[in-house]
Structures are given as structure tokens and as C-alpha cells.
Design a protein around this ligand. Structure first.
Ligand code: 6PG
Length: 472
């Protein structure tokens, strides 16, 4: 602790909170900590802190008293009602100019509401997206701050020290006002859902279609992770397939119940994409498949009565594996393209002033969606900040096009085998829709005009037209 008090405070000593405190302290910052249940604080202080510059407050008043002024403190508590509960108790204890940072996965509209409330109390507020799980929090997360610029100028050096680094650059940047940081984190998670869904579809094709064993799968994904698919998610997938169950000695993956859970951030991304009328079909498919995975009992019953094609692949297996790899890479490009197109629209609509090159830069390390591909994505926005869609970047467009035929074949293969691959299928349709100069929206307009006199526009004349479709 400096003479004037701790540099920063942290409320919420869950795994993320504890790890982030240790990370900040290891970078030389004095940290004050507080947790609602005092035993957790005591346990942390007794067992993890050691000689680090960390002080505990056992009630909020004591905690606040440990901080130097103007104060800066981070909340790492569960998103939703707990954040409001802490803020209600906290704000009356603070002084004008103090800074509160919410580091949870809060919904961006909550962040806007809280920011308005606190600024009415002369307090600064930031919504901070934190990605990278426990290891990220401890050794370098990707940080997505938004909200008070003045607040960022104060804590920026601490966040930069604690963040992951790629090629010397910290994976943090001030993203914009109000909820800009939490919005970017929400879309990060939407992309995370999309990438995970694409990967699990390739697994399903390999497992049920090609009958590959976990050991074979481990070697494929490990190889992929050393090539252009290099990414955190492909890397952990390879590792998952190598793990044997302690209790049975069998591959653990085969013993895990196939019901995928979710905390909602992928769904929020799809909701807001629909609200802003930006197509994010790969992400939407990922959300739907998590929901459908939950209908285990219904699926078991349906599997007895709804027959489908034989799921065994009969073609050239090596060729197939190469095609699936290309399909996955194309899918990854399209998933980032959808997420970043959403960010572009959100930035214009909500007036965030996002710099998409900075977003791609801070996603290159520390976070769950870090991938070698983000270097190319960053370059694309460096060359053209207003790029409407990553598929229109000459390099990434070419990368996608060179894999398009394989994506098409893999989608056909999945359909022929009766294996669900909605992420890959949606990706292909997204591409086909995006590159279509003409879509069948004309018929929708005619139908709307037929049943509701909603009018339509014409290709050959300006204005709104209506036709009496039912002739006497
Ligand atoms: C991250 C993750 C994290 C997320 C979990 C679980 O960036 O570190 O996105 O924030 O909460 O991965 O998310 P789901 O429970 O929704 O799968």
C-alpha cells in the first residue's frame, strides 16, 4: 500500500476476482479487497496473498477507507441483480469523482442504466468486459473497457499491466462511451458460441460419420491448431480428446452428458443482432443448438421413431478430413464477419465510435476467441476501417472463396448422413445470400402487399405501389 492508500479495490472474491487481484498485485499495484462473506476474504488473505500488497476490508466502509482518492474499484460479482445490490450499498459511501468498474458479463442496457444513475451522483462508471476465464484473469485476460473516459485514463495503466500481451501490445483499449465495453464483450461471447458450434459440428461429423476415436480426433485438432486454424478453442478441443476419466479409464469426452448449458450472452447477441437487423445466422444456430441439446429425453424418444439416413461415411476419409478443415476455417471467417458487422452497426446506432481494428487487436490474446486469424482481421480493418463485411476484404474474401467448394461439400455430406450441422449450413447460406445481387425478397413484398396492402417498391420506377391481387 502506498502512503495514501491502495491503488484499486476489488469486490467479489470468486475465482475470477481472486485471480485478478493476484494479477494486479503481481504487477506492483496495491489492492484492497472485499467480499460479502467474510470467511471467503479471510481464506483468501490467509492462503493466497502471501507478501503481496493486498489489504482486506471486512465491511464496505472499512474497504472504502483503504482506497486512495479519487477511488477506483472493480466489481467482479455475478451479472444481474447482484451488481445492483452491491451498487445500492456502495454508492452512498463514495465521493464525487470516484470510479466504479463493473467487470462482469452485464447486459449492455443494464450498464447504460447504471452509468446514468451513477453519473447523477457525480460518480464515474465503466463497464469492463473480461475474457479468458480463470487463467486469463490470473496471467493476462483480454480486457474490453468502455464508459467513463476520465476513469479509463486513471486506471488504464493498471489494466494494461494486467492484460495479456501479443507482440508487445496489451490486449486492452478504451472502446467507447457508456456500454461500449460490455457490448463488445457480448459480441465476443456470441462469436465464442459460433466458433464452438462449428467445432462441435466437425467433431460430430468425425465421430458419428467417420467413426474416429478420441485419440484420432486429438491428433487431428492438434495438427489443425498448429496450422491456420490455430486458436484457443481448437487447442483446448485437441486437449479434451486426450483426457482419460480417472474413474473408468475411458476417454472422458465419451462420458459427458450432451446437454450444453449457457448463461445467455450468446442469446443476447442474437437478440440484439435481430433488433439492429444484422444477420448473424451462425451465432443464432449456435444458440439454437445449445437449446436443442437440452431436450435430451425428447431426443431419446424421437430417436426411436424418426428414422434418418445411415450415418456412416463411405468416401475418401483423408480427403474428407481436409475438406472439413477448410469448412471450419471458412466458418470461422464468417462468424467473425457476422460479429464484427454487428459491432459496426451497433457502433453507429448506439454512437459508440468503435475502432474495429482495436477490437481485433485486443482479441488476439487472452480471450476465448483468440486465434491466428485475428491478425488478418486486424489488418483488414487497418487497411479499411469502414469495411462493411470481412468477406469484402480482398485477402479474407479470397481465403473464404478458396474453401467455399469444400464447405459446400461438407454441408452436403452432413445433410446426406443426416447429421445436424446448422452452423456450417447457416454459414454457407449467409455467404450465398451476401453474394446474391438478387434475392427472393420481391415475392415476400408481393405476398405482404397481397394480404395486407403493405405496398412494394419497383425496380423500374420510384415510389410505393399497391396492386389489387385478387381479380374479380
Ligand atoms: C470469457 C467467457 C466467459 C463466459 C463463459 C461461459 O470470455 O471468458 O466468454 O465470459 O461466461 O465462457 O459462457 P456460457 O455459460 O454462456 O457458455
Amino acid at each position: 500500500m502506498t502512503q495514501q492508500g491502495c491503488d484499486i479495490g476489488l469486490i467479489g472474491l470468486g475465482t475470477m476476482g481472486r485471480n485478478f487481484v493476484l494479477n494486479l498485485a503481481d504487477h506492483g499495484f496495491a489492492v484492497a479487497v472485499y467480499n460479502r462473506t467474510a470467511e471467503k476474504t479471510k481464506d483468501f488473505m490467509d492462503n493466497e496473498v502471501g507478501a503481496r500488497p493486498i489489504q482486506a476490508g471486512y465491511d464496505l466502509q472499512e474497504f472504502i477507507g483503504l482506497l486512495r482518492q479519487p477511488r477506483a474499484l472493480i466489481l467482479l460479482v455475478a451479472a444481474g441483480a447482484p451488481v445492483d445490490a452491491v451498487l445500492r450499498e456502495l454508492w452512498p459511501l463514495l465521493s464525487p469523482g470516484d470510479l466504479v468498474i463493473d467487470g462482469g458479463n452485464s447486459h449492455f442496457t443494464d450498464t447504460n442504466r447504471r452509468g446514468r444513475f451513477l453519473s447523477g451522483k457525480q460518480l464515474n462508471f465503466m463497464g469492463l468486459g473480461v475474457s479468458g476465464g480463470e487463467a486469463g484473469a490470473r496471467y493476462g485476460p483480454s480486457l474490453m473497457p468502455g464508459g467513463s473516459r476520465e476513469g479509463y485514463d486513471r486506471v488504464g495503466p493498471m489494466l494494461e499491466a494486467a492484460a495479456a500481451r501479443v507482440k508487445g501490445e496489451p490486449c486492452v483499449a478504451y472502446l467507447g462511451p457508456r456500454s461500449a465495453g460490455h457490448y463488445v464483450k457480448m459480441v465476443h461471447n456470441g462469436i465464442e458460441y459460433g466458433l464452438m458450434e462449428l467445432i462441435v459440428e466437425t467433431y460430430d461429423l468425425f465421430k458419428r460419420g467417420l467413426g474416429l476415436t478420441p485419440a484420432e480426433l486429438a491428433s487431428i485438432y492438434d495438427r489443425w491448431n498448429r496450422e491456420e486454424l490455430n486458436s484457443f478453442l481448437v487447442g483446448i478441443t485437441a486437449k479434451i480428446f486426450t483426457r482419460q476419466d480417472d474413474r473408468t479409464g475411458k476417454p472422458l469426452i465419451d462420458l459427458i452428458l450432451d446437454k450444453a448449458k449457457q448463461k445467455g450472452t450468446g442469446m443476447w447477441t442474437s437478440w440484439d443482432a435481430m433488433d439492429l437487423q444484422v444477420g448473424t445466422p451462425t451465432i443464432d444456430a449456435a444458440v439454437v443448438m445449445r437449446d436443442m441439446s437440452g431436450y435430451k429425453e425428447e431426443r431419446l424418444a424421437a430417436s426411436q421413431v424418426l428414422a434418418g439416413p445411415c450415418q456412416t461415411f463411405k468416401g475418401d476419409r483423408q480427403r474428407c478430413i481436409g475438406q472439413v478443415k477448410n469448412a471450419l476455417y471458412a466458418g470461422m471467417i464468417a462468424t467473425y464477419a457476422q460479429g464484427l458487422a454487428l459491432l459496426q452497426k451497433a457502433s453507429a446506432t448506439y454512437d459508440y465510435g468503435l475502432d474495429l481494428e482495436a477490437v481485433a487487436r485486443i482479441w488476439r490474446g487472452g480471450c476465448i476467441i483468440r486465434a491466428a486469424l485475428l491478425e488478418d482481421i486486424r489488418s483488414a480493418y487497418k487497411t479499411k476501417a469502414e469495411l462493411p463485411n470481412l468477406l469484402m476484404d480482398p485477402h479474407l474474401g479470397k481465403e473464404f472463396l478458396s474453401r467455399e467448394a469444400d464447405l459446400r461439400e461438407v454441408v452436403q455430406m452432413a445433410a446426406a448422413l443426416g447429421l445436424p450441422a446448422p452452423g456450417l449450413m447457416a454459414t454457407l447460406s449467409y455467404f450465398d445470400a451476401y453474394r446474391s445481387a438478387v434475392l427472393p425478397g420481391n415475392l415476400i413484398q408481393a405476398q405482404r402487399d397481397f394480404f395486407g396492402a403493405h405496398t412494394y417498391e419497383r425496380l423500374d420506377a420510384p415510389g410505393a405501389f399497391h396492386t389489387e391481387w385478387e381479380e374479380e
